[in-house]
Design a protein around this ligand. Structure first.
Ligand SMILES: C[S@@+](CC[C@H](N)C(=O)[O-])C[C@H]1O[C@@H](n2cnc3c(N)ncnc32)[C@H](O)[C@@H]1O
Length: 250
C-alpha cells in the first residue's frame, strides 16, 4: 500500500503548513522531561521549535527529501539548537532506537499514513517500545465524518521569495467504503509571474474513527488519558475538527 511519497516538492512543505499545533507539542515536551521523539518528523517544522525551547528531540521519517529540508533548516540554527536534534531515516511502523523517551508525538495527521489497522498497530507498538515507563504519546488525526465530501479540491498560493511564488493545487478523493483518501498534489512554481516548474506528488491516507484508534491503543497497551478536539485543549466532541489523543504507557 502506498502512503505519501513526500518527494522533491518537500522543499515547499513548510510554506503551506499550519503552526497551530506547535505550542501544544512544545508544552508537552517541555513539561515532561525535555526529551522527545517525533514520528514522521518531516521538515522539522515542530521538532526545531522544540529544540529551540531546550528539548532534545529525535525524529524519524521515511522521506529523505523531507529530512534534507530539515537538515538545511538546521544549518541556519545556532549550534546549541542543532546539537539537540537527531534525525533518522526510518519507518515509523518498524524502528528501534538505542534511546528511550518520556514523550513521543506524531503531528499533522501523519498517523493517517498508516493505511491498515496492522500499520497502525505496528506504529503504536514501535512508539510504545520507544517510551519510558509512564511515558506519554500524543498524536492528532482529523475527524472522520461521513458528511465530508467524497471529492474535494483546493488551491492556495504562497510567496517563497520576492520573485517566486508557488501555487499548490490539491485534488483529493475519499473512498466512502474504506475511508482511504487518495491525494494528488501539484506545486506550480512561478518566477516573476511565469510558470517555470511543476512538481507532482501522490499519496494516500486513511481516516479512522476515534473508537477504532482507541481499541488499537488499548491492544498495544496504552492507557488513553485525554482526547481533545483541538490544540487549544478544548474537549473532544463529535463536531470537533480534530481528534487529539494523549495516552500513557503504564
Ligand atoms: C504530514 S507530514 C508531517 C511532517 C511533520 N510531522 C509536521 O508536522 O510538519 C507527514 C510526514 O510523515 C512521513 N511519513 C509518512 N509515512 C511514514 C512512515 N511510514 N514512516 C516514517 N515517516 C513517514 C512523511 O515522509 C512526512 O514527512
Amino acid at each position: 500500500m502506498i502512503a505519501m511519497n513526500y518527494g522533491p516538492a518537500s522543499k515547499y512543505y513548510d510554506l503551506f503548513a499550519s503552526r497551530d499545533d506547535i505550542n501544544f507539542y512544545k508544552e508537552l515536551a517541555v513539561d515532561h522531561g525535555r526529551k522527545a521523539l517525533e514520528l514522521g518528523v518531516g521538515t522539522g517544522r515542530v521538532a526545531i521549535e522544540l529544540a529551540k525551547a531546550g528539548v532534545t528531540i529525535w525524529g524519524i521519517d521515511n522521506s529523505k527529501y523531507m529530512l534534507n529540508v530539515a537538515r538545511q533548516k538546521l544549518r541556519k540554527e545556532n549550534p546549541s539548537v542543532r546539537k539537540r536534534v537527531v534525525l533518522k531515516l526510518g519507518d515509523m511502523r518498524n524502528f528501534k532506537l538505542k534511546e528511550t523517551f518520556p514523550v513521543a508525538y506524531v503531528a499533522s495527521s501523519t498517523f493517517e499514513h498508516c493505511i491498515t489497522e496492522g500499520d497502525q498497530r505496528k506504529c503504536l507498538a514501535s512508539a510504545y517500545n520507544a517510551l519510558q515507563r509512564k511515558g506519554m504519546l500524543a498524536f492528532d488525526i482529523s475527524q472522520p465524518t461521513n458528511e465530508k465530501s467524497v471529492n474535494s479540491w483546493w488551491i492556495d498560493r504562497k510567496e517563497s521569495s520576492k520573485e517566486e511564488e508557488v501555487v499548490r493545487t490539491i485534488f483529493s478523493r475519499r473512498n466512502p467504503k474504506t475511508n482511504i483518501v487518495s491525494v494528488n498534489l501539484f506545486f506550480d512554481v512561478y518566477h516573476k509571474g511565469i510558470m517555470k516548474k511543476r512538481f507532482y506528488e501522490y499519496g494516500e491516507a486513511r481516516l479512522f474513527s476515534k473508537e477504532t484508534v482507541e481499541k488499537i491503543l488499548e491492544k498495544v497497551g496504552f492507557k488513553v488519558d485525554k482526547v481533545y478536539g483541538n490544540f487549544d485543549k478544548s474537549e473532544y466532541s463529535q463536531k470537533s475538527e480534530k481528534v487529539i489523543f494523549l495516552v500513557t504507557k503504564p
